[in-house]
Design a protein around this ligand. Structure first.
Ligand code: MMA
Ligand code: CA
Length: 235
């Protein structure tokens, strides 16, 4: 004989509307009167939403923080650069084609203007790194040669018996790099014939040899004169 189970009472509860069915508390299932959204073991929708909102807020705050931090650092950087660059005297010329209604283009006293830059020679003698640091301390950098005209201009004010560091060096593997990140353009290089010739000569000088001015790779530790360059100051 098959066993038979008879349920005395079966009740179906409408989950979304539990009110009004159990008028008698004795027959109602034992259930804590909690928020309808809360189910044990599974995070409630409210909790999940709160977490999502908090996460989004955190991300937004982080993004805002990074943004403002960068702006602030940039501002500090500019302010520092301006403070550091208080020259006692400037020599200015009135520009024909003003940049953003700035009429005067200036170089510090004793610096030589050419095109959009100012140049000065440093006697040193100093290593390549020391020379770059010296330029840096004056708000400049070792000279970057962009064109034949620029090279011709600077050559006229250099001593043909001296070597001058320029802002070109090789961090390794004969990868020539300009100090100001100007791309190294093979077609605008002025190496002397036979140069560069030694892998351990990772710095570059401009020098007079065989009736012309050109570049030579040299040991970075060598003590040389140098040429510093900076952008003109527009007022
Ligand atoms: C030679 C020549 C250069 C090299 C120097 C190092 C005098 O020039 O070989 O390329 O850099 O020697 O002293
Ligand atoms: Ca060389």
């Amino acid at each position: 004989m098959a066993s038979e189970i008879t349920y005395a009472e079966v009740k179906f509860k409408n989950e979304s509307n539990s009110s009004g069915i159990y008028s008698d508390s004795a027959t109602a299932p034992k259930e804590k009167p909690t928020l309808p959204l809360s189910k044990p073991g599974r995070p409630s929708l409210l909790f999940t939403s709160l977490m999502a909102v908090s996460l989004l807020l955190a991300i937004a705050f982080l993004a805002a923080f990074i943004f403002f931090y960068q702006k602030y650092s940039q501002l500090l950087e500019e302010k520092k650069a301006k403070n550091d660059l208080t020259y006692t005297e400037l020599s200015c010329t009135k520009d024909d084609s003003p940049i953003e209604d700035k009429v005067w283009s200036c170089c510090p006293k004793d610096w030589k203007p050419f095109s959009s830059h100012c140049y000065v020679t440093v006697t040193g003698p100093a290593s390549w790194r020391e020379s770059e640091e010296k330029c840096s301390s004056m708000g400049a950098h070792l000279m970057v040669v962009h064109s034949q005209e620029e090279q011709d201009f600077i050559s006229k004010i250099l001593d043909p018996n001296a070597d001058y560091y320029i802002g070109l060096s090789d961090p390794g593997h004969r990868q020539w790099r300009w100090v100001d990140q100007t791309p190294y353009n093979e077609s605008a290089t002025f190496w002397h014939p036979g140069e560069p010739n030694y892998d351990d000569e990772q710095c570059v000088t401009i020098k007079y040899r065989g009736r012309s001015w050109g570049w030579n790779d040299v040991l970075c530790s060598g003590k040389q004169k140098s040429v510093c360059q900076m952008k003109k100051i527009y007022l």
